[in-house]
Design a protein around this ligand. Structure first.
Ligand code: SUG
Length: 409
């Protein structure tokens, strides 16, 4: 039976700010302590969802998380008034918006028991991301009540797992799998690696994937040091097409199965540093209902001659139909491009029918969410505003209003 790919997108939370929390993520470090615009960030994310929805790709909403995470402060003997600045930034972070790190999802066609398997990522590498995990797991259970939900892997760096951002699935046009690729790294002299081989192997085992069709690829440490903290910053894939940078991996991809159409972008076409600054590879490569493949790229790529030329070549050679450039700059400034904001769920029609309807985007929900953002979100937050007692209240009211909206649709 045919599988369709649904996208789960994270709604940007009302406390979106730039706190420089992600060492190894160049954009996050570069924009640390600048002023964010949560209203714009959330609208940009929602416009992207609507754009894909209008292209015919089903969109599922992952709500923001309660922030500040007061239970974390409490568990450490603090409250909102006496927590140190560094901790306050973490419990206020809206980082759960990057749902490519929420979980790894294996479609039923790939698993030995014919069920959809989901493992929430444990996100142990960064504390502000680690605190997302229980709520994410809970949201995923609500969105997908019928699927197999595993526990996150043990919360230790040995099993550091950052979910689908380090996972690619190569399949044919009917969604049948040829190869699952898990990408892992090892700590370099400069930056940490955020996905371990042990974690990827555990996910493959838990999800009952066919070992003969599962590949574990090691990230090139030169790429990690250039700011490639997740595989989706250096490679993109869809169906049997895999587009990657020549510096992405240690292994030569040529040794793998002939069914993968591998397109290597060379350093001289797009230098690694520009791949990172434009987030070329963090584009969404998607198949439309017509069967045509298109790319949703960040606006930053349109402004780079090299990135634009690489896309132009992909179109001219007939690999993709067209490229749409969208503005998600608020998220980009924290190192999250279009692909970071979505988690893919390839589902059969009968499986999609089991998704909790209240999380599915349609034009009416889109309109209500735009109104909700305009009413409840600030257009400026500086990290020093996290001390403002009103911000906590606003964020709590916004989330409770969102629940009412989603329940009523
Ligand atoms: O984990 N940034 C996120 C960006 C995640 C991008 N996801 C993918 N590539 N799939 C991270 O580094 C920055 C938060 C701050 O600095 O305020 C942050 O968490």
């Amino acid at each position: 039976m045919k599988t369709t790919e649904a996208n789960i997108d994270g709604i940007v939370g009302s406390t979106h700010n730039y706190a420089g929390l992600s060492y190894g993520n160049i954009a996050s470090e570069k924009h640390a302590f600048s002023t964010s615009n949560p209203k714009l960030a959330a609208l940009q994310g929602l416009e992207k969802m609507k754009f894909l929805h209008d292209l015919g790709i089903p969109q599922i909403i992952m709500p923001p998380q309660p922030r500040p995470a007061l239970h974390i402060l409490k568990s450490l003997g603090y409250d909102i008034n006496n927590a140190p600045d560094e901790l306050l930034a973490k419990v206020y972070s809206a980082s759960a918006m990057w749902v490519a790190n929420a979980a790894t999802i294996s479609p039923s066609v790939d698993t030995a028991d014919g069920k959809v398997h989901i493992t929430p990522a444990n996100l142990v590498s960064k504390f502000h991301r680690f605190i997302e995990v229980p709520t994410t797991a809970n949201y995923l259970k609500q969105i997908f009540p019928e699927f197999v939900h595993h526990e996150p892997l043990p919360a230790h760096l040995l099993y550091a797992d950052e979910g689908a951002a380090n996972h690619m699935r190569i399949c044919n046009a009917h969604g049948e799998t040829r190869t699952e690729i898990f990408v892992y790294g090892e700590k370099t002299n400069k930056f940490p690696a955020r996905q371990t081989l042990l974690a990827s192997q555990a996910i493959a085992r838990l999800h009952k994937l066919n070992p003969a069709k599962t590949i574990f690829l090691k990230q090139n440490s030169a790429a990690i040091d250039a700011g490639v903290f997740h595989n989706d910053v250096i490679a993109m894939s869809n169906q049997n097409l895999l587009i990657y940078h020549e510096m992405a991996y240690y292994n030569e991809l040529e040794e793998f199965s002939g069914t993968i159409k591998k397109l290597k972008i060379l350093e001289r076409e797009l230098p690694l540093s520009e791949a990172v600054s434009t987030y070329f590879f963090n584009s969404q490569l998607v198949t439309l209902p017509s069967g045509k493949m298109v790319v949703i790229a960040p606006k930053e790529c349109e402004e780079s001659n090299n990135a634009r030329n690489c896309f132009k070549k992909l179109v001219e050679e007939g690999h993709i139909e067209t490229v749409y450039y969208l503005d998600v700059r608020e998220s980009m400034k924290n190192g999250g491009g279009p692909a970071c904001l979505r988690l893919r769920a390839p589902l059969r029609d009968d499986e999609f029918a089991t998704v909790n309807r209240k999380f599915i985007l349609n034009s009416e929900v889109f309109y209500l969410l735009c109104q909700w953002i305009n009413q409840h979100y600030r257009d400026k937050i500086h990290p020093s505003d996290l001390r403002d007692p009103l911000l906590m209240r606003e964020s709590q009211i916004a989330l409770s209003e969102l629940k009412t909206i989603l329940e009523s649709t």
